[in-house]
Design a protein around this ligand. Structure first.
Ligand SMILES: [Fe+2]
Length: 257
């Protein structure tokens, strides 16, 4: 499949204003100021390029193909980074300097993002789902941030509008963050048939009430009536952990749910 021809890609850039993914945002940021890939490569894997992580592991374990279990094992190594690591200094600065200003600084956000490692030749790292069905939080926006250039089967797939189920890949480059209604739009991934290891993080933000007529940038504006109804209680907290207010001291801020 050609990623460039995918409906979701076109919708993100210019498409149908009545489709929710039209209101998604691809937000550029400076990878020199926020060097996620270099920090993770150096501090977690001791390698130069995350996109070739499968070669590093393949060399260490010759003759054994990489599996779904390897995806989880390696993402666990990233998730083990401490709050005082270089990564979290970059992470909090990124949220405060790149994401929060889009919402006049008034957001809460995941204290810890969720990481994904998706090796070539391995199956989906997340089945089709809506975040709010897991978290019970219908007020949250998903911020999806790859640490390599992604497209086609290495990237996230999202339906174009609520309930359509027409999942299509959304190409996102390193240096871009995709903001979309992951709470209510079905999304996930497919078997990675590219030659690139995808390493990414996703976090959730919740705009706080403000004077703005569009405190959510319009990202949540097209939700059909009824979607804001409370869902079942969150069975797990697998969507990024506790939330904290933008601008709070990460070491001292209380969790916000
Ligand atoms: Fe999700």
């Amino acid at each position: 499949m050609s990623a460039a021809a995918s409906p979701a890609h076109e919708l993100v850039r210019a498409g149908d204003r009545k489709s929710a993914m039209h209101w998604a945002r691809l937000v550029p940021y400076d990878t020199g100021r926020f060097p996620f890939a270099r920090v993770i490569a150096e501090d977690v894997f001791g390698t130069g390029g995350l996109e070739d992580l499968h070669r590093l592991l393949g060399a260490a374990r010759p003759g054994r193909p990489l599996t779904h279990g390897d995806n989880f094992e390696q993402r666990g190594r990233i998730a083990a980074l401490g709050d005082d690591s270089r990564f979290y200094a970059v992470y909090h600065a990124f949220v405060l300097e790149v994401v929060a200003p889009l919402f006049a600084g008034r957001i809460s956000y995941s204290r810890h993002p969720t990481f994904r490692v998706h090796f070539p030749g391995t199956g989906a790292v997340s089945d089709w789902h809506r975040d709010a069905d897991v978290t019970g939080r219908w007020d949250q926006i998903n911020v999806w941030v790859p640490f390599v250039d992604t497209a086609g089967t290495s990237t996230i797939w999202v339906e174009s509008h609520y309930g359509r189920g027409d999942h299509a890949p959304v190409p996102v480059r390193y240096g871009q963050a995709l903001l979309f209604d992951g709470g209510a739009l079905s999304h996930g991934s497919v078997r990675n048939d590219t030659a690139v290891t995808r390493v990414s993080m996703d976090l959730r933000i919740a705009p706080m009430p403000s004077e703005s007529p569009h405190p959510d940038l319009g990202i949540l504006a097209l939700r059909p009536p009824g979607l804001h109804a409370p869902g079942p209680p969150a069975a797990t907290n697998g969507a990024g952990g506790g939330m904290m207010a933008a601008g709070a001291d990460p070491a001292r801020a209380p969790a916000m749910g």
